[in-house]
Ligand binder design. Structure first.
Ligand SMILES: Cc1cc2nc3c(=O)[nH]c(=O)nc-3n(C[C@H](O)[C@H](O)[C@H](O)COP(=O)(O)OP(=O)(O)OC[C@H]3O[C@@H](n4cnc5c(N)ncnc54)[C@H](O)[C@@H]3O)c2cc1C
Length: 267
């Protein structure tokens, strides 16, 4: 891989978010081609991707987790449309798009693996990608903590730096410990991925916890900067806006908890 082609993954639909198995974008086999039709939403890199993976319904009569397949789509094909979604709360440097597929033809060779295995493939994909997203949460949290430390060491109120107040020391200690715990968790999950034995439990734990720690640390970063934290010029509110997405995409945190709980309880 030379990093020259940009890609993305079209899973989410307007009516199928957390419940991915209800995705209705359809792929119908016609001779040597599949014809894809449907809508996808919130697709990262949607307007700039050279190719996209598309999660689509191929076998509607199969049991629920054997109905979908994944296709590689060249975005230069006719019938493909991508509209940029504007006005995001954070991660504004990342492209996000709504995708429309109007009878888009893809060669049968672009089917990934076997028809009907898409859901299973998707779950394996998330086991690998969730530690990456967890790392994003830890990065935001670490950046927020560094902002806090430099600010409270400099800012003086009541005649001394904020860093000399015990409450502030406790807060820094708590955040630093939680960030280190989140970092260790995603590293452990990533190590399992590197060994070719990705662990769904660890990946979900890492992603949920890192998202929560990122939101918490960036919230405290704004708080401990006082009014300055609320003003864009000071570069703190960006952490707050950027942290939240980790609790939403690649499986919202409630879904991570469902996966963890179900696995442990075997229900
Ligand atoms: C900036 C951005 C980039 C994204 N990039 C991509 C991408 O590249 N590809 C892609 O396919 N998608 C992408 N997404 C979509 C993202 O993965 C979904 O938004 C996410 O999975 C949640 O789906 P939803 O928005 O439909 O929310 P919903 O599924 O409607 O969920 C709403 C809330 O209800 C909760 N909830 C849902 N079901 C349950 C339940 N059973 N029990 C308890 N709580 C529940 C959820 O956790 C959530 O808090 C992106 C989203 C954003 C905002």
């Amino acid at each position: 891989a030379k990093g020259k082609a940009i890609c993305g993954f079209c899973i989410t639909e307007p009516d199928a978010g957390s419940d991915v198995a209800s995705a209705r974008t359809v792929a119908v086999k016609k001779g040597e081609k599949y014809v894809l039709s449907g809508s996808k939403i919130f697709i990262t890199n949607g307007t700039i991707a050279d190719f996209l993976l598309v999660f689509a319904l191929t076998n509607p009569d199969n049991p629920i987790h054997k109905r979908h397949s994944i296709f590689i789509l060249d975005t230069s094909v006719s019938g493909f449309e991508a509209d940029k979604i504007k006005g995001k709360m954070g991660i504004r440097a990342s492209d996000t798009a709504e995708i429309s597929l109007h009878d888009v033809e893809v060669p049968v060779g672009n089917l990934v693996g076997v028809e009907g295995e898409g859901f299973k493939q998707l779950m394996s994909f998330f086991n690998v990608t969730r530690p990456f997203v967890a790392a994003q949460g830890v990065g935001v949290a670490q950046g927020a903590l560094e902002k806090i430390i430099s600010h409270v060491r400099e800012r003086k109120q009541f005649g001394k730096p904020l860093a000399e107040f015990e409450f502030i020391q406790f807060k820094v200690a708590e955040l630093a410990t939680e960030i280190e715990a989140a970092r260790n968790l995603y590293m452990k999950a990533a190590l399992a991925v590197d060994k070719g034995k990705s662990d769904p439990l660890l990946s979900s734990m890492a992603k949920w916890y890192a998202g929560e720690v990122g939101v918490k640390a960036s919230n405290w970063a704004v708080q401990l900067h006082g009014g300055y934290g609320y003003i864009r010029e000071y570069g703190v509110e960006k952490f707050y806006r950027d942290a939240k997405i980790v609790e939403i995409y690649e499986g919202a945190k409630e879904i991570e908890k469902l996966l963890i709980g179900r696995k442990l309880l075997r229900v």
